[in-house]
Design a protein around this ligand. Structure first.
Ligand code: GCO
Ligand code: MG
Length: 395
């Protein structure tokens, strides 16, 4: 079997996505998700101008070899653009393998160890007050066992504030010092609303300094967060070490990691309880298998990143990993009922706190290319945060 064509599909139903479709001379094809919020066209250019040429004529089942060829063979390894491109391609190749074997992806990964996947959903609303008021009903109506809150940025709306058709990134004010008290208060109020039996994940989204994060986390210890997500940015491992050594709450970390090697300190020093890598950033399924095994070795659980800015294809891959890997922790359920459902078919379905998926070959998703073309790409930017003195702060 040989690859005959590699297509990139940029589309913008409810937001921008980049898909990869790899076609073979057998008639079988595979689909993957290479979406990188705010950088989709650059990833597409790398695939179209470079990686597609390396794929055409190859055996699609030589998946590991292609991964190594791109990662190590190209000398200029890694980075968000390269890894997103490689991940989308890697998913499409595994999808082809599943179709050849006529088995779902989880079967290729060793088979199911669980039938359903515990997940958490974001409490939505335009203000914290609104979210506090509806948290309990939201949990009850949906049967959620775990919810997720995010600290700060009251001005953010839409897809994490990401608006299409703007000339440049929107600037949002963020003054961490002023937000500490409100950040603690928000969590405490939601805890009181939902009671003690609902897990609450709190995404600090790297919005505070290490010492501010430590203070917030210590104040929240008695309110039992399920885990605190991204208390600090990944750039300095020492910051994470410092937070870990001075706090007693569980930590979820890793959505910005771009390789297995970046994960090492968090795993081998157990600086995090939940490793939250994004399969589109760390190299797709081929790499996700290795990362999960590494984490299993150190008793670290997986909580794959699953925001709503990745497509149902990625949510489906997360699901296959979750049912087949031993050290499953929990899954972020950012699946959306938005217009993306007109473009991508298949993917996990939510029911009463868990995600389920129908059996089918490969990843179990397909693309309607005509529908995708009906939603043309529109440039969008992740907003930037500026502090009162005008300086940039991590968004
Ligand atoms: C999460 C993430 C997202 C990111 C988004 C950026 O935990 O779901 O923090 O909310 O902000 O993926 O594009
Ligand atoms: Mg996050």
């Amino acid at each position: 079997m040989k690859i005959t064509e590699v297509k990139t599909i940029l589309t913008s139903p409810n937001q921008n996505y980049l898909f990869v479709k790899i076609v073979t001379d057998s008639g079988l094809y595979g689909v993957g998700d290479a979406s990188l919020n705010g950088r989709e066209q650059t990833v597409a250019a790398l695939i179209d101008g470079y990686l597609a040429h390396m794929l055409v004529g190859r055996d699609p089942l030589q998946i590991e070899d292609f991964w190594q060829l791109v990662y190590r063979g190209s000398y200029w390894r890694g980075g968000n653009i390269m890894m997103s491109a490689l991940s989308g391609i890697d998913m499409a190749l595994w999808d082809i393998l599943g179709k050849v074997a006529d088995k779902p992806l989880y079967a290729l990964l060793g088979g199911k160890q669980r039938d359903k996947v515990l997940c958490y959903a974001h409490v939505l609303g335009s203000t914290n007050e609104e979210k506090i008021a509806r948290a309990a009903d939201y949990v009850k109506e949906r049967g959620l066992k775990v919810i997720r809150l995010r600290a700060g940025l009251p001005a953010a709306h839409g897809t994490f504030g990401n608006q299409r058709g703007q000339a440049g990134p929107k600037v949002e004010p963020w003054n961490p010092e002023e937000e500490i008290a409100g950040t603690i208060d928000y969590f405490v109020k939601v805890r009181k609303e939902v009671g003690d039996n609902v897990g609450i994940i709190y995404d600090l989204h790297e919005r505070f300094s290490p010492e501010q994060a430590i203070y917030i986390m210590r104040c929240l210890e008695e309110y039992r967060p399920y885990f605190i997500e991204d208390p600090v940015a990944p750039d300095s491992v020492d910051s994470l070490r410092s937070v870990r050594s001075k706090t007693a709450v569980s930590i979820g970390f890793g959505e910005l990691y771009k390789s297995r090697w970046e994960c090492l300190p968090a795993v081998t020093e157990r600086l995090a309880d939940y490793l939250r890598c994004d399969i589109i950033r760390i190299g797709g399924i081929t790499e996700a298998r290795k990362i999960a095994v590494l984490a299993e070795t150190y008793d670290v659980k997986m909580a794959w990143h699953g925001p709503n800015d990745v497509s149902p294809i990625t949510h489906a891959v997360n699901w296959h990993l979750n049912v087949s890997q031993y050290n499953f922790g929990i899954q972020e359920d950012g699946t959306t009922d938005g217009l993306i459902k007109n473009v991508i078919f298949g993917g996990p379905v939510y029911d009463n706190g868990y995600l389920f998926m129908k059996d089918g070959p490969g990843i179990g998703c397909d693309i309607d290319e005509e529908a995708a073309a009906a939603y043309p790409f529109r440039k969008a930017y992740i907003p930037v945060c500026r502090q009162e003195d005008g300086s940039i702060h991590t968004w």
